[in-house]
Design a protein around this ligand. Structure first.
Ligand SMILES: Nc1ncnc2c1ncn2[C@@H]1O[C@H](COP(=O)(O)OP(=O)(O)OP(=O)(O)O)[C@@H](O)[C@H]1O
Length: 395
């Protein structure tokens, strides 16, 4: 049926809506065990790409695969991919638990899964409350719970941080990282770098339907020349000392400090010490990632010509790199590397994957009959299973 890899491969995807090229020859791979951010400004083609991946929109050209198969060949797709393309579509009068039971029935998992996923997303206490009274953040969690019902190997979430407060974003970060660390695959889109910067292991940055950067944020930072700003007691003497060491990138910045390229702060300080120059202040200039993102997506580099953010071979990847082109891949970030300073203490239980009490087999065995307490077995208005019709059409 499928290769069970959990890998997402997008290969030369293109979508033309009449005169509008929403997505143009887009390629990237998402490996299991990592969180990949799909970043781009409004209208960049993110949602269209995700819809194509989920079989909701037919590509004009190119193809996409999950577990080595196009979406429509996955068999029971909800067991493979959990997707949230919008956090709406809840029946306002239906409780969170009943909402989930309807979906559980639709994809063939038992009622108990509803409470289980509510606990996973921190909504256990709100299980009996009507979704119509939920805040935007709670709706996001409920949408995520819906996607988790099939215990999928792959999660695809469109703008999951939209409307979440800082605590919610911190919670989501921990949740998605836990999910990925359990060997699963997570692809999330966003138009705000800051929103997902600390969550993702790698990013695919798109602008006007095209890939502008594909790799880790560290690589993106590293692609920029960093400088050391130093305030010496004797600028002339330090310049001479640095030049004697072969450093050529030295400038004086307007506040009087020297900006030194090609050395780190320790090397500059050592050179100053050796030359008998006192250092009154020294700092490494931080690359402004937001500014880079803005430059990448502002059309500045969309013209023909060298892209300063291209991959290690100096080219924007045009085909799925695959594991062999490891230069485009960030090693999975070790857990615990995502500080949550500045956020209030967690009020939600953090998830564990695999959940200690979760047994897929048990669900399958127990759920022989449709749930008895659900009057309505049809998904509520607004909901469409991935692959069962478009979110707004566009085919
Ligand atoms: N069904 C459609 N018919 C015509 N044009 C469409 C359709 N869907 C998307 N587009 C166009 O394709 C382009 C990409 O849209 P898309 O929604 O994929 O971008 P996005 O990156 O998800 O944006 P946002 O962050 O605002 O959701 C836009 O110019 C949009 O107007």
């Amino acid at each position: 049926m499928h290769d069970g890899s959990g890998r997402i491969v997008v290969q030369g995807l293109t979508k033309q809506f009449g005169p509008v090229t929403a997505v143009q020859n887009l390629s990237f791979t998402v490996e299991p065990g990592s969180v990949t951010g799909f970043l781009g400004p409004n209208g960049a083609g993110k949602t269209t790409t995700l819809r194509m991946l989920l079989g909701l929109v037919t590509p004009t050209a190119g193809s996409s695969f999950i577990n080595g198969r196009p979406f429509h060949q996955l068999g029971n797709p909800a067991r493979v991919v959990g997707a949230v393309l919008e956090a709406q579509g809840f029946h306002p009068k239906r409780t969170a638990r009943n909402h989930l039971r309807v979906y559980a029935a639709a994809i063939g998992v038992p009622d108990q899964a509803a409470d289980h996923v509510l606990d996973l997303v921190g909504l256990g206490a709100a299980a009996g409350r009507k979704a119509g009274g939920f805040s935007l953040g709670m709706k996001q969690r409920l949408a995520l719970a819906t996607a988790l019902l099939g215990d999928p190997q792959v999660l695809v979430l469109d703008e999951p941080a939209n409307g979440l407060d800082p605590e919610g974003i911190a919670w989501l970060r921990t949740f998605l990282q836990s999910y990925a660390r359990a060997g699963r695959t997570v692809l999330i889109s966003s138009h705000l770098l800051a929103e997902i910067e600390q969550t993702v292991d790698q990013v695919v940055i798109v602008s006007r339907g095209q890939t502008m950067y594909y790799g880790s944020l560290d690589q993106l930072r590293g692609s920029q020349r960093s400088r050391v700003l130093v305030q010496p007691s004797d600028a002339g003497a330090l310049v001479a000392a640095l030049q004697a060491e072969g450093v050529t990138g030295i400038e004086q910045v307007p506040d009087g400090r020297l900006a030194v390229s090609g050395m780190d702060a320790k090397q500059v300080a050592d050179a100053a010490l050796k030359a008998g120059v006192s250092v009154y202040g020294i700092q490494e200039e931080r690359v402004d990632l937001e500014q880079l993102f803005f430059q990448l997506t502002n059309g500045q580099y969309t013209a023909a010509g060298p892209n300063p953010f291209a991959g290690p071979q100096g080219q924007i990847p045009q085909g799925p790199p695959g594991p062999q082109q490891s230069g485009y891949y960030a090693a999975p970030t070790p857990s615990g590397q995502f500080p949550q300073q500045g956020y209030p203490p967690q009020q939600y239980q953090q998830p564990q994957f695999p959940p200690p009490d979760y047994q897929q087999q048990q669900y399958q065995q127990q759920f022989q009959q449709p749930p008895q307490d659900n009057q309505q077995q049809q998904p509520p208005p607004g909901y469409q299973q991935p692959g069962q019709g478009g979110y707004g059409g566009g085919n």
